[in-house]
Design a protein around this ligand. Structure first.
Ligand code: A2P
Length: 270
């Protein structure tokens, strides 16, 4: 069974989730159904992915009871001041009456609205529409601004994290604050797969490079959210419990970080 992480709300989440970025509704529904059939119980979407309907459809097709799933969605940047309404729209599209986790997708510090978005998320949590709330792509300083508001401490900061950008300082900061680290693009959107060091570790262990990287995430304590549209790779990415990386392998992958982001243009928001 997949390990779980306990959030600061007391809720638990599987330590691996399924990402659906850049899949349309029908592809999302198929992928989510395949993921649930392969044992995933956590699904990560966002309003801006325009596939929350597909996630809902995949969940209903899977036949798995809602209570066994951990569903995350995110508030888009242009709606920071109307979080309550937006959460309602997301729930309608998902066909759910709550999400397990609702995140502020990006800080948008130029407009400074991310702090007002946080007030809205606290209200969303009080209303029961989200069981836990958190942020995404926030820096240490931005997380501390949220904490300084004096209300709810975010349960999660979901950040870009993979072997070429493994964010050791931000991870250590999260640990100090009791915030869980979710990793988007945990495979570096494929960029990390061709690394010779990872190739040799994978060959030695008789696993694929993607499996070696996802195992590295589990042992680091992050929550990776790999995306795949292929049923075979969806299965491959959750089949990571039967082997372990030793300390040398972990250190080898840790040493690959060069601050390489999958797409610099995303960060124009932040
Ligand atoms: P595909 O959807 O065709 O499987 P990330 O989650 O880091 O953003 O990576 C997603 C990218 O990596 C997608 O292009 C996905 O393609 C590919 N991918 C996902 N799982 C694997 C895997 N096990 N092996 C190779 N490529 C993978």
């Amino acid at each position: 069974r997949l390990p779980t992480i306990t959030l600061n709300t007391g809720a638990t989440t599987p330590q691996l989730g399924f990402g659906v970025f850049a899949l349309d509704d029908e592809a999302t529904a198929r992928a989510v159904e395949a993921a649930i059939a392969s044992g995933y119980r956590s699904i990560d979407t966002a309003a801006v992915y325009l596939n929350e309907r597909g996630v809902g459809l995949g969940i209903r097709r899977s036949g798995i009871p809602r209570a066994e799933l951990f569903v995350t969605t995110k508030l888009w940047n242009t709606h920071h001041l109307t979080a309550g309404e937006e959460a309602g729209h997301s729930l309608d599209r998902l066909g759910l009456d709550y999400v397990d986790l609702y995140l502020v997708h990006w800080p948008v510090s130029s407009a400074g609205t991310h702090l007002r978005a946080w007030d809205g998320l606290e209200e969303v949590r009080r209303s029961g529409a989200a069981r836990s709330i958190g942020v995404s792509n926030f820096s240490r300083e931005q997380v501390d601004e949220v904490i300084a508001l004096g209300g709810t401490v975010p349960s999660v900061n979901q950040i870009e994290l993979h072997p070429l950008h493994s964010q050791p300082e931000l991870r250590a900061f999260h640990a100090e604050r009791g915030i869980a680290t979710q990793a988007w693009s945990p495979l570096g959107r494929g960029l990390a797969l061709g690394t010779p060091e990872i190739g040799s570790i994978a060959r030695e262990l008789g696993v694929t490079e993607a499996q070696a990287i996802l195992r590295w995430h589990l042992q680091l304590g992050t929550i990776p959210l790999p995306k795949s549209a292929s049923a075979d790779r969806i299965r491959e990415n959750i089949d990571i419990l039967g082997f372990e990386l030793d300390a040398t392998d972990m250190a080898t992958i840790d040493a690959l970080t060069i601050g390489r982001r999958v797409d610099e243009s995303y960060y124009e928001w932040a």
